[in-house]
Design a protein around this ligand. Structure first.
Ligand code: 5GP
Ligand code: MG
Length: 178
């Protein structure tokens, strides 16, 4: 299907399955080389990254672990506003080589706010690996070490990414039609 309708909006095909899989395999090969002998720990951020994490991890051939977290935002009791905490981070990161897997970095706010909690645990190294990055949307700098696709500042869905809860189950990524 080259277009789909969801919640009254029209989405057109943007990144087809074959292209996604090709890039993810290339990225996995790079990580296999970079992390040989380092037993990295992947931390996949749910929900959006579940398909990306699954496909990437299947192509990781070195010794590696994976765990999954969700990030919860709260309105702080002070005027400083939002606090973001991890749900389910039950692994000790001390002296580990950590690779965070995210579906998409948009403004960068989520990871910018959350990453200090990971650094606090003093991992040996910490790198960020994303499927999609919207450089034109950046408001908060996040160091991105591995990225499959830099994309324009348009809303996308599919391959784990949702629009109001739906659309995650597409093998391709779609973008909002003009
Ligand atoms: P950030 O904090 O970088 O602005 O946004 C991160 C989160 O916003 C992503 O993990 C994702 O859940 C959501 N997001 C940002 N842009 C998009 C988009 O184009 N499509 C979808 N489905 N989610 C997005
Ligand atoms: Mg996400």
């Amino acid at each position: 299907m080259s277009t789909i309708q969801l919640h009254g909006k029209s989405f057109e095909i943007f990144l087809p399955e074959a292209l996604l899989q090709e890039k993810i395999s290339e990225l996995a090969a790079q990580i296999n080389t970079d992390y040989a002998g380092k037993k990295p720990l992947f931390i996949a951020v749910l929900n959006g990254s579940f398909m990306f994490a699954s496909d990437l991890f299947k192509s990781i051939t070195i010794e590696a672990e994976i765990c999954f977290i969700k990030l919860a935002s709260y309105k702080g009791t002070t005027s400083t506003g939002q606090v973001i905490t991890a749900i389910g981070l039950d692994v000790d990161l001390t002296n580990r080589h950590v690779i965070v897997l995210e579906d998409i970095i948009d403004t960068g706010k989520t990871l910018h706010t959350f990453l200090p909690q990971l650094y606090n645990q003093q991992p040996e190294s910490l790198k960020i690996c994303v499927l999609l990055h919207k450089p034109d949307a950046t408001l908060f700098e996040v160091p991105i070490d591995y990225c499959c696709f830099s994309i324009p500042n348009k809303f996308v869905l599919g391959y784990g990414l949702d629009y109001d809860g739906y659309g995650r189950n597409s093998k391709d990524i779609y973008k909002l039609a003009e």
